[in-house]
Write a protein that binds this ligand. Structure first.
Ligand SMILES: Cc1cc2nc3c(=O)[nH]c(=O)nc-3n(C[C@H](O)[C@H](O)[C@H](O)COP(=O)(O)O)c2cc1C
Length: 158
């Protein structure tokens, strides 16, 4: 028998994760961005990462169309960015500080890391798709991470 939905969510909420905003562009050149906690390293050689994206989101079809995306790892002061990119705002990029990376995909300013990826593999993951990306370029900065745990944002206290 399958696990109850609430019980499943509650169990997953006990796993602390970082937060990323994944940015991309669709075939018409429209920018898309989505808050993603389901991010993981996969391989060092070649350099692969994965993200899990819900099939009904705008970003899902945009990643499939462009085959390129950027994983922006948020710092402890960027919870507002996380909220914005988890929302249904029509233009999430208004007043956001970014530069353009590969194929003009937004690379968010001040993030702890920006990983510019080319889509390498797509696997079915139920109501999500697992996108495996090969990292072509990475930028890193010092700072503290934004952490998500038990339904809330946290910061790491030394
Ligand atoms: C903390 C947090 C983590 C999230 N992680 C994911 C995730 O890993 N994958 C996903 O598909 N959606 C995730 N979401 C939900 C999406 O950000 C949300 O559905 C978003 O509005 C989709 O945007 P879009 O339709 O413009 O692409 C998360 C939301 C929050 C607040």
């Amino acid at each position: 028998m399958a696990i109850d939905n609430d019980e499943f969510r509650a169990a997953l909420s006990r796993f602390a994760s970082g937060i990323t905003v994944v940015t991309t562009k669709d075939a018409e050149g429209r920018l898309h961005g989505i808050t993603v906690s389901a991010f993981c390293s996969v391989s060092l050689d070649p350099p692969l990462i994965l993200i899990c994206v819900e099939k009904t989101t705008g970003s899902h079809y945009a990643i499939e169309q462009s085959g390129i995306f950027v994983v922006n790892v948020l710092n402890a002061s960027q919870s507002e960015l996380s909220e914005r990119f988890a929302s249904t705002l029509p233009d999430k990029f208004d007043d956001i500080d970014f530069v353009r990376g590969i194929n003009g995909i937004p690379v968010l300013a001040d993030s702890l890391a920006n990983l510019e990826c080319r889509l390498k593999n797509t696997c079915d993951g139920g109501d999500h798709t697992i996108f495996v990306g090969e990292v072509e370029r990475a930028m890193i900065r010092d700072g503290d991470p934004l952490v998500y745990f038990h339904g809330d944002y946290r910061v790491i206290v030394d």
